[in-house]
Design a protein around this ligand. Structure first.
Ligand code: ZN
Length: 288
């Protein structure tokens, strides 16, 4: 599933191509009208055709196309959505379901095998952003603010990191990688992390997201960038989908458990459970 680094890569690819371009057509396959979340296709057409893209932003995993009438066209790729820039004469993409046509003879082609993606029109970007927590890579997010979100929560720390209302942009791949880098066991209750462990986790979240962007995203299955090419981040993962393979740090086989309903990968030796803070508060011990 595309997470912050994948969506940001697409945004950076598409921004110079779509900004200033006028939308001349919108087509959606009748079998995929779920994309519009109940809004009639004619309503979307009326809202988009003739509009010029003023900017292309992103928040969390949402792409935010600002239109010249002040409204926002908001795209979420969900599980398998792809948005690829092509010349109008190019052959259809695999599993192509919808297209937005532009005045310079190019299309944005939408493919989505699982059909969970969404296209929506919003009166303001705030309608989307207000529901989301801060991004770990926000320049003004402090370690103290990060710790405050975890504090007092009994849910597994992984579940808190995945909850877009707490933090925006993280998904299964980058959460597993950040917890490994921070040496925090994924099923540790969030409120039981020591301040030192929470600070390590904050830095790790930033680092894995920034590295993911630098590697243009992770292409385990369906993700491609705005030009249809795969990213490279999947070649650098430490634990994600490495079940049974040796930890790069200690050689212990990586384990797979379910946390918060999601497949979760971790090293049982490097990521020991934090000690409860009864009595002397203790740092999560490093193995070895
Ligand atoms: Zn290990």
């Amino acid at each position: 599933m595309p997470e912050l680094p994948e969506v940001e890569t697409i945004r950076r690819d598409l921004e110079p191509l779509v900004v200033g371009r006028r939308i001349t057509g919108v087509e959606v396959d009748p079998g995929t009208l779920r994309l519009l979340a109940g809004v009639p296709l004619e309503t979307l057409r009326a809202g988009l055709i003739g509009r010029t893209i003023r900017s292309l932003g992103r928040r969390g995993k949402y792409l935010l196309f600002e239109l010249d009438d002040g409204r926002w066209f908001v795209v979420h790729l969900r599980m398998t959505g792809r948005l690829v820039w092509r010349e109008r004469s190019a052959p259809p993409e695999p599993f192509e379901r919808a297209v937005i046509q532009f005045d310079d003879g190019h299309d944005l082609r939408w493919s989505d095998i699982r059909k969970f993606g969404t296209w929506r029109l919003h009166a303001s970007a705030a309608e989307v952003i207000e529901r989301l927590g801060p991004e770990p890579i926000d320049a003004d997010l402090t370690p103290r603010q990060f710790r405050a979100v975890l504090a007092g929560r009994t849910a597994p720390v992984k579940a808190v990191l995945l909850d877009q209302r707490r933090f925006a942009g993280l998904g299964n791949i980058y959460v597993d990688e950040a917890l490994y880098a921070a040496r925090v066991r994924p099923d540790t209750p969030a409120g039981e992390l020591s301040a030192a462990a929470a600070d390590r986790l904050f830095r790790a979240c930033r680092e894995v997201l920034e590295r993911g962007i630098a590697h243009r995203g992770a292409s385990f299955r369906d993700y491609v960038d705005g030009q249809g090419n795969e990213g490279r981040q999947h070649m650098f993962v430490q634990v994600f989908r490495r079940t049974g393979k040796p930890c790069y740090a200690c050689g212990t086989p990586i384990e797979r458990i379910i946390v918060g309903g999601r497949a979760t990968h971790f090293c049982p030796r490097c990521q020991k459970r934090a000690r409860r803070r009864a009595g002397a508060p203790r740092e999560t011990r490093r193995a070895g």
